[in-house]
Design a protein around this ligand. Sequence first.
Ligand SMILES: *[C@@H]1O[C@H](CO)[C@@H](O)[C@H](O)[C@H]1NC(C)=O
Ligand SMILES: *[C@@H]1O[C@H](CO)[C@@H](O)[C@H](O)[C@H]1NC(C)=O
Length: 351
Amino acid sequence: MDESKNPLLIVSVTLAVLLVARWIIRTRTMDGPTKKPLYRVDHSVLNIPLPLQSLWMNMGYWKDTDDFPTACRALLEQVLKHAHILPDEVSEKSTNPNGNQSLSIIDLGYGCGDQSLYIRDTFSQSAQNDPQNTKQTHLKAYIGLTLEPSHFATAQKRLDSTTLSTPHTAPFTIFCADAANPSSWTPQIHTAISHASQPPNDPAHPHHLWILALDTLYHFQPSRWPVLHYASTTLNASLMAFDLCTADTLSLWQRIVIRFLTFMGQSPAANWVTVSEYRDRLVEAGYARDKIAIHDISEFVFGPLHGFMEKRGRELEELGMSIGRFRYAGGMFGWWGRSGVVRACVVVARK
Ligand SMILES: *[C@@H]1O[C@H](CO)[C@@H](O)[C@H](O)[C@H]1NC(C)=O
Ligand SMILES: *[C@@H]1O[C@H](CO)[C@@H](O)[C@H](O)[C@H]1NC(C)=O
């Protein structure tokens, strides 16, 4: 039943895929440019305004936009809305069950800090001048973890250079650490988390500790399950995430291709489960089944992301630049969108 029991098949299919990929790359480069014209358009790189306004990196939520940073921000907003931390204008403005709450967020994988900045600015602004909206949500603390030193350095720089003038800014701390592995966290991280978990003295503000994971968990090594277990049992924290699942039924061939792609994309096989298996694993980790909600938003993710990457690739080529490795990612998202083999999900599990 499990194809991992047939390593020979996996090896031969992998070899076949690699050979085809090499052949495609060869034929592409053979009819590539041979003459070197004097004037090209690669001076475009000298015209790009720097520093960049944003460095978002997630799959995006493309329902109302075709702009990458806007889609990335919208994906974060989708997750916050499903967790009822931001009001969802359409359905539940008046029935927000968590009004007047205080919350702390532990962000597992903050990228280059765009989501950290968004969270800081949203909850500081709202505290001041947005009485209808998120006024009653008070951010007590934000803790971010990333494994990537260059992301940590970039995010720290961006946070430092945009300090808010608001007097009551919550403690904002980011670290470079392996979010997947709580036993590797330094004492400073544990101290910050234990501060963030303490409810404030004011009983009018029920306090809630949230784990946020925006498009990161499927990369976790050896899998996402240990940190989710830790979040549930040790921290008593709720979970809000954008994550990937597989379709309920997959052909052997689809399984092999997904396993190959996830191997190339550094995502352990243990992270690839169906929606109902995902729910079972959260229950095993200690979340109540009736407080788990998994929403499939694939329709607003893979297809439009593929379309965006194709278009961006063409635009860059006209300017003498290349979309590079994202060309292959774009093709993969297109396949996921057309076939439905991978599902894009917003996962919320409440304590
Ligand atoms: C919200 O919090 C404020 C300040 O702590 C408190 O005075 C108010 O009664 C609370 N409102 C509700 C609806 O709990
Ligand atoms: C866990 O958190 C929830 C919600 O914040 C709270 O109601 C519950 O009492 C907590 N459980 C424990 C064991 O602390």
